[in-house]
Design a protein around this ligand. Structure first.
Ligand SMILES: NC(=O)c1ccc[n+]([C@@H]2O[C@H](COP(=O)([O-])OP(=O)(O)OC[C@H]3O[C@@H](n4cnc5c(N)ncnc54)[C@H](OP(=O)(O)O)[C@@H]3O)[C@@H](O)[C@H]2O)c1
Length: 237
C-alpha cells in the first residue's frame, strides 16, 4: 500500500518539488492549493497515477475541515503532511496596511495549525506518520521589512515544537524546515545580487529543499527539530 502524502501549497515552488519527489518515492500525493487548475496541472506532471488536486484556502477553517474530510473519504488515512502554503507581503511595520498583515498570519501560521488539526486523527492510524512545516531563516533571525512574515514563521517554530511534544506518544513526528533564499515565484522580484550574502554564493533550488523535507519525513527518530536549508545564509545574518 502506498503512503498518502498531503502537500499544502503543493502546486508551485517548494511544495511542487516536494510533491514530485514524494511521487517518485511511491507516495500517493494530494495537492492542496487555492487555484485548482494549477494544482491539477502539477498532479498531471507527477510520476505514477492516483494523485489528486484539491482547491482549499488553508486560512479558512471550514474550507480546511471540508477538504480533509474529502481526503479521508476518497484517499484514506494520511501518512505525511507537508505545510508549504505560504505568502509574503513585505513592508516596513510603519508602512504595512493591516489588510496585508492578517493574511500572512492566517495563511502561514493559523493555516498550518488548522491543517495539522484536521489531519492528526487520520495520522493516528498510520505507522510512522510525520508532519513537516515550512518555516524560514527569517523566522529565526528576523529581517527588516518582514516583521509580520518573520513573526508568522517564528510562531510556526513554537507551534512545531509544542505539537511534537503533544503527539510524540502517538508516534507522530513534527519538524520544521527553514529555507533561505530559494528560486520560486515568491523570490521572483528579488535581485540575484543578494546571493553575495549567502556563503554558498547562490540561491537554492526547490528540489534541494525537497530532499531535506524527505529526510525529515522518513527519519524515524527525529522530532521537534528545525532543519535549516539556506546555503549557510543564517551564518551571515
Ligand atoms: N522561496 C523562498 O525563498 C522561501 C524561503 C523561506 C521560506 N519559504 C516558505 O516556503 C513555503 C513555500 O514557498 P514558495 O517559495 O514555494 O512559494 P510559491 O512558489 O509562491 O508557492 C506557494 C504555494 O502556496 C499556495 N498557497 C498560498 N496561499 C495559500 C492558501 N491560503 N491556501 C492554500 N494554498 C496556498 C500557492 O498556491 P495558490 O496560490 O494557488 O493557493 C502555492 O502552491 C512558504 O511557506 C514560504 O513562506 C520560501
Amino acid at each position: 500500500m502506498s503512503r498518502l502524502a498531503v502537500v499544502c501549497g503543493g502546486s508551485r515552488g517548494i511544495g511542487r518539488a516536494v510533491s514530485r519527489l514524494l511521487a517518485t518515492r511511491g507516495c500517493r500525493v494530494a495537492i492542496v492549493s487555492r487555484n485548482e487548475d494549477v494544482a491539477k496541472a502539477t498532479v498531471k506532471s507527477l510520476h505514477g497515477a492516483d494523485h489528486v488536486a484539491l482547491s482549499c484556502d488553508v486560512s479558512k477553517e471550514q474550507d480546511v475541515q471540508k477538504t480533509f474530510e474529502m481526503i479521508q473519504k476518497t484517499c484514506g488515512n494520511i501518512s505525511y503532511l507537508v505545510n508549504a502554503a505560504g505568502i509574503n507581503r513585505d513592508a516596513l511595520l510603519l508602512r504595512i496596511r493591516p489588510e496585508d498583515m492578517l493574511p500572512q498570519l492566517h495563511t502561514n501560521l493559523l493555516g498550518s495549525m488548522l491543517t495539522c488539526r484536521a489531519a492528526l486523527r487520520s495520522m493516528l492510524h498510520t505507522e510512522g506518520a510525520a508532519v513537516v512545516n515550512i518555516g524560514s531563516v527569517v523566522g529565526m533571525k528576523g529581517n527588516s521589512g518582514q516583521c509580520v512574515y518573520s513573526a508568522s514563521k517564528a510562531g510556526l517554530e513554537g507551534f512545531t515544537r509544542s505539537l511534537a511534544k503533544e503527539v510524540a506518544s502517538r508516534n507522530i513526528r513534527v519538524n520544521l524546515l527553514a529555507p533561505g533564499f530559494i528560486h520560486t515565484d515568491m523570490t521572483l522580484g528579488l535581485k540575484e545580487d543578494r546571493a553575495r550574502s549567502i556563503p554558498l554564493g547562490r540561491f537554492g533550488e526547490p528540489e534541494e529543499v525537497a530532499q531535506a523535507v524527505l529526510f525529515l519525513l522518513e527519519s524515524s527518530y527525529v522530532t521537534g527539530q528545525v532543519l535549516v536549508v539556506d546555503g549557510g545564509l543564517q551564518l551571515a545574518m
